[in-house]
Design a protein around this ligand. Structure first.
Ligand code: ATP
Ligand code: MG
Length: 263
């Protein structure tokens, strides 16, 4: 099943937390060189899926592979090839951005001269240069996220996993980061797997999307394919496709009349 033509493959990937099935028999294939948006409501299982695929969380059942390497039996091969911005960021508060990025570069075995060459370009891209000598402890949320993005990019990975990458990042930096990510895909064949709730971002940025709801894959493919499968017209926005696919087109039951003023 581990076909190296695919950047990411999962087969019946499942994770339970006690009685809760957070990810339920998820089978998904992401080809190389695409931007794949992983969409789903809060608690749908997006982060749990990412954490299993990157080898941070053991699955209860099923398998996951990156670039043809099984994450359980060849986790080092997987880790070598991936860059990750996890939901919790995992930064060392008492390091500066430069030190944190350098640490990640060293863990990936990059020569120090190469790391020192790459860091200023990343700091410039992410507009972190002014803050590079401050401890992460003193960073804003957006600056932390940017530091995590720099750590994910320092070794120019084959496959990038970004959990809500643009949350708390300002529009100027978002645009610059998106342009670099697009170049990585177009020029180097990088694969980008990212989760988001922002439909406009997914609509404009992704080649393919997967929609997960209550741990189950509700649909995956190109946006026009999903639109057609949902029985929606060609000009229907992704938000409608998403709501139809997860079955969340609920009626207003008037329970919030005390708040909204509606009867
Ligand atoms: N460590 C854990 N222990 C117990 N339950 C967990 C744990 N991690 C996640 N869950 C549960 O698993 C389900 C899926 O969580 P997950 O974090 O994957 O959702 P998500 O799609 O990333 O949501 P969000 O959009 O809010 O980030 C949720 O019901 C959550 O409460
Ligand atoms: Mg999440």
């Amino acid at each position: 099943m581990n076909d190296p033509r695919f950047a990411i493959q999962t087969n019946n990937l499942t994770r339970r937390f006690g009685d809760l099935i957070a990810v339920d028999q998820l089978t998904l294939s992401v080809p190389r060189g695409v931007i794949f948006g992983f969409l789903g409501p809060n608690g749908a299982g997006k982060s749990t899926t990412i954490n299993m695929v990157i080898g941070l969380l053991p699955p209860t059942a099923g398998t996951a592979a990156v670039a043809g390497f099984d994450v359980r039996t060849a986790s080092l091969e997987v880790k070598r090839r991936i860059g990750v911005v996890p939901e919790g960021l995992n930064l060392y508060e008492r390091l500066t951005a430069t030190e944190q990025i350098e640490l990640v570069g060293r863990l990936h075995g990059l020569p120090v001269t190469e790391i020192k060459h790459r860091i200023p370009a990343l700091l410039e891209l992410l507009e972190l240069a002014d803050a590079q000598d401050k401890m992460i402890l003193d960073y804003s949320q957006g600056m932390r996220k940017k530091t995590a993005i720099a750590c994910a990019l320092i070794h120019a990975p084959e496959v990038l996993f970004l959990d809500e990458p643009f949350e708390s990042i300002d529009p100027i930096s978002t645009r610059a980061i998106k342009a670099v990510l697009r170049d990585m895909v177009a020029q180097r064949g990088t694969t980008i797997f990212f989760s988001t709730h922002v439909m406009e971002l997914a609509e404009r940025f992704c080649d393919q999307v997967g929609i997960i709801n209550k741990g189950k894959l509700a649909g995956s493919g190109s946006i026009p394919d999903l639109r057609q499968r949902a029985g929606l017209p060609e000009d229907a926005p992704l938000e409608d496709v998403f709501l139809r696919t997860v079955g969340a087109e609920t009626e207003d039951e008037g329970l919030l009349g005390w708040l909204t003023g509606k009867a």
